[in-house]
Design a protein around this ligand. Sequence first.
Ligand code: GUN
Length: 279
Amino acid sequence: MNIIDGKAVSAEVKAKIREEIERDKLEVGLAVIIVGNDQASRVYVNNKKKACEVCGIKSYEYALPEDTTEQELLELVNTLNNDGKVNGILCQLPLPKHLNEERVIESISPLKDVDAFHAVNVGKIMIGNYAFLPCTPAGVMELIHSTGTEVSGKECVVIGRSNIVGKPMAMLLLHENATVTICHSRTKNLAEVCRRADILVSAVGRADFVTADMVKDGAVVIDVGMNRNAENKLCGDVKYDEVAPKCSYITPVPGGVGPMTIAMLMKNTLMAKKLQSNA
Ligand code: GUN
């Protein structure tokens, strides 16, 4: 069994980005919007700002109060859409309940949508003609590649069908010629389906969800979960201690997918700069 070191792989990606930005003397800016006081979102936003610093990208934080109106948020996005220093705009989710996430996402210029959440960019992912990479799925692909595992022709099972992870994850695997199954809460015989997987990606959001009986011997297991267990310790979806011995490769939580998501965000921000320079 081998542990995939997401921190090391992400550090390599960020170093390459920094090199390119320095070599070409680029001025790249990312606006990060956070609304309200969600603790987890605060941690993610801080990590994204730190990554910007590592890459030589300027970050501009907009921390808005919980009671921000949709109109105020949409006006901010509009200002940032028209700000030449801002190449990427990211609005940290989830938003407070009174704000419509879809409307906010759709208000971001598709050319600055570094999360690749806008319908235009989601459509491009579906076609395989990318402007921006979906960050978490693209990070997962890089981790799989880092193991030297061939994806083409493999049985891949994705647990979870969210717009952020499950659906685009399935698309990226499909683009690399995997045979892909998406499982979700209504899937029958989940363990049996998962046991077919040469590559199993879990994006459920429940601690200890993936158990040893769901994993084929020698599988590559990628854990996208970010949960807190009963002791408030950060953990993934996979019951690591019993699953890890069966795997050829497995990602830890923390230190697996999380750092890669952020590295892909940096890659998209640099891509945004280039897209806008050519526009
Ligand atoms: N909330 C959870 N994951 C993400 C992400 O990748 N981007 C944003 N903006 N919000 C999130």
